[in-house]
Design a protein around this ligand. Sequence first.
Ligand code: SF4
Length: 331
Amino acid sequence: MKSFSYASATDVDTALRTAADGDGVKFLAGGTNLVDLMREGIEEPSTVVDITRLPLTGIEELPDGGIRVGALVSNSRLAADPVIRTRYPVLAKAILLGASAQLRNMATVGGNLLQRTRCMYFYDEASACNKRAPGTGCDAIGGFSRGSAVLGTSEHCIATHPSDMAVALVLLDAVVEAESVRGIRRIPVADFHTLPGDTPHIESVLAPDELITAIELPPVPVAAHSRYRKVRDRASYAFALVSVAAALAVEDGVVTDVRLALGGVATKPWRARVAEELLLGAEATDENFARAAAAELAPALPQSDNAFKIDLARRTVVAVLRTLNAERSTS
Ligand code: SF4
């Protein structure tokens, strides 16, 4: 591991000034991804700013009925919060399925959004990888691509975004609050992560000296009836082959509100707006669920090893919507 300077901040202003003063500064919170990346030589910060003592640990109700979550709230605490479990069960479930209890205890909300892909070539210095070393190529294309993305890909990168939590946040139209010495920005989560295009090493719109300080969840009444289903290669913790976040409201057999997002299949947390538009106002039937899922996945571009994800995603969408619809009918 390359040597680096260590600094610790107890207030946000100090952390932001330290980040603004130097190149190659990284904020360290739970460290569940950053430390691994530093050990592998993929991240080589000149300075690490320990932010674990910043006062960003609140979960507060907002006047409009939403919730503000401090960036240093642990994944465990957020998933266990009674208000989150009641109003946003999709978020609690996504976090619980995301990682083991030990990792959830360490990992923070802000850090979860910034975790990097688990593409195996990204971690292998002997492999070509445009995300790790821009301009070197992409060994996943034409290589082992079982875990790779089918939506939002480019000829330069097909890596999936690994976060489960972010899929639920996209579903909920959450907003990221980011702060730097220049001020505060509010960024919709849907716009926070970027598609790879020809710059796959750039993964979000966050500037190097910006710190995520909070996530805001707007009031989303339909989210009280929501689910997160994750399909993975083994029953114990693993990254998603396919995941589906969904919320559904049905009246007299007709969809009156619906939200849908996909994980494991795309290069960023994927809001399924094409499917949502087809479903809104349609009869809540398996046929319409399948038609909407197929339309969302129509632009998918599979590799030789991951074409199965398209059908798996279609069937998982139908299964989750069917379950939500059945629960609604019997509640
Ligand atoms: Fe690198 Fe992306 Fe290709 Fe994986 S898919 S090898 S992360 S460029």
